[in-house]
Design a protein around this ligand. Structure first.
Ligand SMILES: Cc1cc2nc3c(=O)[nH]c(=O)nc-3n(C[C@H](O)[C@H](O)[C@H](O)COP(=O)(O)OP(=O)(O)OC[C@H]3O[C@@H](n4cnc5c(N)ncnc54)[C@H](O)[C@@H]3O)c2cc1C
Length: 316
């Protein structure tokens, strides 16, 4: 056992670097070997990560990144796993998750919310409502973290997180931090160029003042709209980006693909752009179904669907 981090040995064939990395990290940083990713993704599929770590501080995050570089280990930033398909082979490397309370704080300064990357979007929206800050209502129904939402430029009900940004604190992959102003961060539809080679640590989200009751009303309306159109079974949200001027869900529906199944993975009957885990699905089932849908849409409509969900990890 190492003196510092919370190392949990759960498997006899641990990664050879696990104990060395654990020995460099502070008390409070959680580190595990062979951590199943299925339990950390909303789709509930995916094999284990060789090493899983929840750093307690920016310093430990930087130590992890530098260790990965010197040991030539791959790493991946996990938010709340709500936009991910992790392959059945899991992840040969280090999965880093900023879910520690140190990275999940939410503070209010006037009409600005300062949110750690690990904060849940729902908690951010509720904090804004309590403080009488409007404009963040659409975040309430997106089951992700602030870091994941920034990476994805998450949006709903006509809004997107990019429109709220006053600044983002980031760390580059070498472990150096910087505070970026809104103009220094590049967002486009469901992506953020800046976060392809940076990790989001925290964001300043700016809203506008309004009455709590009006904010609450908008949140309820958004909620009702969402749950009347979205399946409750495990999913990773919309599988595909909307092609220019088209709705991917409508396209899939028009082609009669709702209900199409591979193993335990099914195109939702409620929303054509959701692939749900109907129980016991593997990532292999999901990926085969994705290919099947793409092929039908390509053949029948000459449209090449682009993925919105991120597919990560290794083949079994
Ligand atoms: C039921 C359901 C409904 C959904 N509805 C919507 C919706 O209305 N609108 C919408 O846009 N999305 C929606 N989604 C998709 C998903 O919730 C969003 O994309 C969300 O922002 C992902 O956040 P996450 O924390 O789960 O990220 P993850 O899925 O864990 O990761 C997504 C990406 O972000 C990266 N990432 C995570 N944290 C960081 C960080 N700190 N710094 C840099 N990169 C990071 C990851 O490496 C990965 O590439 C929905 C999903 C589900 C399951």
């Amino acid at each position: 056992m190492t003196p510092g981090s919370l190392l949990e040995i759960a498997h006899p064939k641990e990664h050879p670097f696990l104990a060395t990395l654990a020995g460099r990290l502070a008390a409070g940083t959680l580190i595990r070997g062979n951590e199943p990713m299925a339990k950390r993704t909303t789709l509930r599929v995916g094999g284990p990560a060789d090493i899983y770590v929840e750093p307690v501080s920016e310093l430990d995050l930087a130590i992890i990144l530098r260790f990965c570089a010197e040991s030539r280990l791959k790493f991946f930033l996990l938010g709340r796993g709500s936009n991910l398909v992790v392959r059945d082979g899991g992840f040969r490397g280090v999965v880093i998750c900023l879910t520690h309370p140190e990275f999940s704080r939410i503070a209010v300064e006037g009409e600005t919310l300062i949110c750690g990357a690990g904060a849940r979007l729902k908690d951010v929206a509720n904090a804004a409502r309590r403080a009488g800050v409007a404009g963040l209502e659409f975040l309430a129904g997106i089951p992700g973290s602030v870091g994941g939402a920034l990476h994805m430029n998450a949006g709903a009900m006509g809004g997107a997180i990019a429109e709220l940004i006053a600044g983002v604190r980031v760390m580059d992959f070498g472990g150096t931090t910087r505070d970026l102003k809104s103009g220094e961060i590049t967002f486009t539809y469901r992506t953020c160029a800046t976060l392809q080679n940076h990790i989001a640590l925290a964001a300043r989200l700016r809203g506008r003042s309004d009455l709590g009751a009006a904010i609450e009303r908008r949140m309820s309306t958004f909620n009702e709209k969402r749950w009347s159109a979205q399946p409750s079974a495990p999913s990773a949200g919309c599988a595909f980006k909307n092609p220019d001027g088209m709705s991917a869900g409508k396209l899939i529906d028009e082609l009669g693909l709702k209900g199409t199944r591979v193993g335990g993975a099914v195109v939702s009957a409620e929303h054509g752009n959701f692939i749900v885990n109907d129980g016991g699905a593997t990532a292999g089932d999901v990926l085969q179904l994705i290919e099947l849908v793409k092929e039908r849409v390509r053949t029948l409509r000459a449209v090449e669907l682009q993925m919105e969900v991120k597919i990560v990890g290794d083949e079994p």
